[in-house]
Design a protein around this ligand. Sequence first.
Ligand code: NAP
Ligand code: G3H
Length: 484
Amino acid sequence: MFKCIFRKDHIYKCLLNGEWVESKSGKTNKIFSPADGSFLGELQAMGLEEADRFILTAKAAQKSWGDTAVNERAQILHKAAEILDKQKDIIANVIVKEIAKNKKTALSEVERSVDYIHFTAEEGMRVSGENLSSDVFPGFNNKKLSIISRVPLGVVLAVSPFNYPVNLSASKIAPALIAGNAVVFKPPTQGAISALYLARVFCEAGIPAGVLNVITGQGREIGDYLVKHPDINMVNFTGSSSVGRHIAEIAGMKPLLLELGGKDAAIVLEDADISFAAKNIVSGAYSYSGQRCTAVKRILVLESIADNLVDEMLPLVKKLSVGNPADDADITPLISDAAADFVQGIIDDARQKGAKLLFGDQREKNLIYPTLFDHVTVDMRLAWEEPFGPVLPIIRVKSIEEAIDISNRSEYGLQACIFTQDIDNAFDIASKLDVGTVQINNKSERGPDHFPFGGVKSSGLGTQGIRYSIEAMSRSKAVVINFK
Ligand code: NAP
Ligand code: G3H
């Protein structure tokens, strides 16, 4: 069993070969709460020369982990999930402070991760290979049998974003481990404290030394080095499209799983249940202050019913509570002042270009009040850019074709939603939308976590979802028996 002392006073350490270690340089990054500016702790700022040790340790440990029986790997994952469940309240409180997510949502992030890890342990037991006989291919008899099994890729680099520091870390680490890989985990700098609590859970569950290693440091300083390192065999990244695109350019021939940004459209048709659509859209757009890749980020509504939709939505938006994440406010401060400046720039552009402000455009430092615009047009940044904040545009369209066209003209292609009572029409529109997932009569969302989840265009590469993630982090290996 390892020593799980992962911090000394306010200084958090990295996990290397089963030990919690500090950077030799003594450099740290200070972390403050976006909710109230309070000091939360210091993270190790590992340098490039130290990064090698994390990767080489993982490489050395992977062989015996890969040879460990799947049911033993699964037992460790189940244990980790049980420990995480016991610590959920402590960890949720860390999330509340570190990324200003409200308590209820932070708790559900941890609970969802508990379920995710248990399910992954089960699913890993069910992943199996296949046998193929040669005689089904023209010109071959039955003298060849291909026995195909799934084997690990080696060392997986897992990089997660700030907005789900526990869940989007667990959803990389757990499938990588059950598939027999070792992991080098680089959490987001703002979010790393929560992520280190998760890593400690895996330690307490008895993950062998070196199988999971956690390195902290600014992505812009150590990210490229980690991605390009010859002993990293796969990169599993969730974050912005710009960093994702950069990773794709420098990764060489490494397999990639990239889950990136989005601009999910909610298409509201004339026969929709408007009150139901309004509730769904408001909750989809403003939860965690819009800082979700799957947040509803634009409404494309038929002109004839647009006023009705506005009438239903406006009271709901006005009712959203604004304030402190610890008090469970709906709208909380954004992750940084820079993020709020970016959102404000998009709001200002929409106002200057003549969008009708229905509510909001109020700001206190990094706290942006819920903001709703009507009559947004395609020359405005708000029609195309991902704000990652609580601002939602209504774009009025003349026809379904125009809605499909605007939806598809986006550089993103994560999800889209259609609100209608006509299932035939819904399927027809769904077939024309250039996205990873279409939701019929629901807001866009990733879960349940065994569903496939992935985007096209600037929204990503490859598919997550428990079985899909295990498959993405393993490969098939064939042994062919040639009979006499
Ligand atoms: P980000 O700035 O791209 O950062 C994501 C992660 O990448 C962080 O851990 C960051 O480290 C690291 N990083 C930065 N530069 C790197 C490099 N050169 N090489 C390797 N890693 C590097 O994204 P974010 O602000 O945390 O998250 C918001 C974005 O993520 C939004 O666009 C959102 O839509 C997207 N997102 C997508 C999904 C999805 O499933 N599709 C889910 C969640 C979020 P540092 O923190 O140290 O900079
Ligand atoms: O932020 C991106 C997440 O993958 C969204 O997950 O739809 O469960 O909030 P969610």
